[in-house]
Design a binder for this molecule. Structure first.
Ligand SMILES: Cc1cc2nc3c(=O)[nH]c(=O)nc-3n(C[C@H](O)[C@H](O)[C@H](O)COP(=O)(O)OP(=O)(O)OC[C@H]3O[C@@H](n4cnc5c(N)ncnc54)[C@H](O)[C@@H]3O)c2cc1C
Length: 443
């Protein structure tokens, strides 16, 4: 039921737009969400792929959430998602396997200890590092805690780690895989400040903050479907296949022009990716400062290589890291989601793999998996999903536009606007809720 005068448009049905719409509709606002494509979810969605004349559902990328994603988890809970049905929650553990089938590094948080001791003791007992490296890592973690994970001058992460005497092995086994997973940016370029924010939120407070939550269902069943249902049940309208072409200021608010016609609204939240925002804001001169910030953004890819093996095929763990290979992480979708024999391999950030054709990349990855897990047979089929602009490059001192803009009643949401985080579901959700709060606090 609309209990306010405002008539609010949200442009973009990814995590940011959906969280803004859910928050506003539950507070009684009239909301219309416009999504350019035929489905919701944006960069966290399930896609239909054709495989040997069969239609198959696959996520556009294997996502992982963290226990520290409080805003996302509570939003999903409100929308009726049951955590134990949607996710496999694992206390933090990193298992790295080499291409010669050896376990070369393993770190596990110690479950019965409170944070931060669960991680500190984990470092003492981790496998694959010399005693000296373990002490160096431990000393570094203690230093980060005592400085509340803050640094004054941002710099590329690899420089920061070297300043703190982290050895090449520690960087290779521990910090680089964590940096790629969290920031999707090569360690030589990644922002130390943002990396430390993620470490602080994961390793301090409740020990569950560092848990991994790995989806057990298709992403759309966990995120966009329940949130769409929640929004519509509260009177919100969702318009798929409605790309906003232009956004202009008029006397009584804003006109949004689509192929299907022009719509008028009193308030607008622009919740598109930064790559799409510039064009939308072109006709709003007051937004120039916001536009200037994202104008020079660079982007990083994420490739997900799905390999189907005979249904009895299993990995030793549901999630495993690979070292010295193009493949970075492999997930056993059979154990996770019941998709028996299906493995998903993630390759984050830019690299030489981008020069390969998709078939050659899949062959290369299959070969690497076979070396790491010699029991694996030949895959039956493969599918590569390449998200070329998966995230913005999370560089040191990257300028981030604020959610409130110089144009009254127009707000920006999206992962890139949540300044203390890299591109994540949690950043996107928090930005959407923050924009909703700005509107409701002002009315
Ligand atoms: C392969 C992959 C793996 C990832 N893994 C993880 C992970 O493990 N953990 C994690 O936390 N994050 C991960 N991320 C990042 C996470 O998915 C994103 O940060 C998050 O989904 C961004 O949400 P958003 O709402 O800000 O933007 P988007 O998801 O990009 O949503 C924007 C929406 O706006 C729509 N749109 C654009 N222009 C218009 C227009 N003119 N009119 C109407 N609609 C428009 C788009 O179609 C899109 O649906 C991953 C991303 C990818 C691609």
């Amino acid at each position: 039921m609309n209990t306010h005068q405002h008539n609010i448009a949200i442009i973009g049905g990814g995590c940011a737009g959906l969280s803004a719409a859910a928050t506003l509709t539950e507070r009684g606002y009239s909301v219309t969400l416009f999504e350019a494509s035929s489905q919701l979810g944006g960069r966290a969605r399930t896609v239909v792929v054709e495989n040997k004349d069969l239609l198959q559902l696959l996520d556009n990328g294997q996502h992982i959430l963290l226990g520290a994603y409080h805003a996302t988890l509570s939003l999903l809970e409100k929308a009726g998602v049951k955590e134990n049905e949607a996710f496999l929650r694992l206390p933090l553990q990193l298992n790295m396997v080499s291409s010669s089938a050896k376990s070369i590094f393993s770190l596990k948080s110690v479950n019965y200890l409170p944070a931060p001791f669960n991680m500190l003791v984990g470092f003492i007992f981790c496998k694959g590092l010399s005693f000296k490296d373990r002490i160096t890592a431990l000393t570094f973690m203690r230093h980060l805690q005592s400085s509340n994970y803050e640094i004054i001058n941002d710099k590329p992460l690899v420089k920061f780690l070297k300043l703190h005497h982290q050895s090449a092995k520690l960087i290779q086994m521990l910090w680089e895989p964590l940096c790629l997973a969290a920031l999707n940016t090569p360690i030589a370029k990644a922002s130390s400040k943002i990396f430390l924010n993620v470490l602080r939120d994961s390793f301090s407070g409740n020990k569950k903050n560092s848990d991994f939550l790995i989806p057990k269902l298709d992403l759309s069943k966990i995120i966009s479907h329940p949130l769409a249902h929640y929004i519509q049940a509260r009177g919100g309208s969702i318009k798929l296949n409605h790309r906003i072409r232009t956004l202009v200021e008029v006397d009584n608010g804003f006109n949004l022009e689509t192929r299907q016609g022009t719509f008028n609204f009193s308030h607008v939240i622009v919740a598109t990716s930064p790559a799409r925002t510039d064009k939308l804001l072109e006709q709003l001169p007051k937004l120039k400062t916001s536009r200037d910030k994202t104008d020079h953004y660079q982007y990083q890819p994420i490739y997900t290589i799905y390999l189907q093996y005979p249904i009895e095929t299993k990995l030793p763990q549901v999630m495993c890291g690979l070292s010295n290979t193009i493949s970075q992480w492999v997930f056993d979708r059979g154990e996770l989601c019941g998709e028996k024999g299906l493995l998903a391999v993630i390759v984050s950030a830019e690299g030489k793999h981008q020069k390969l054709t998709q078939d050659d990349l899949a062959l290369k990855v299959a070969k690497e998996l076979n070396q790491a897990f010699p029991q694996l047979p030949k895959p039956l089929w493969h599918k590569v999903i390449a998200e070329k602009r998966a995230t913005f490059s999370c560089l040191p001192d990257l300028a981030r536009p604020t959610n409130r803009t110089a144009q009254s009643n127009l707000y920006l949401a999206g992962d890139y606007t949540y300044a203390s985080y890299p591109a994540t579901i949690e950043g996107a959700v928090r930005s959407g809720i923050y924009c909703a709060n700005l509107i409701s606090n002002a009315s």
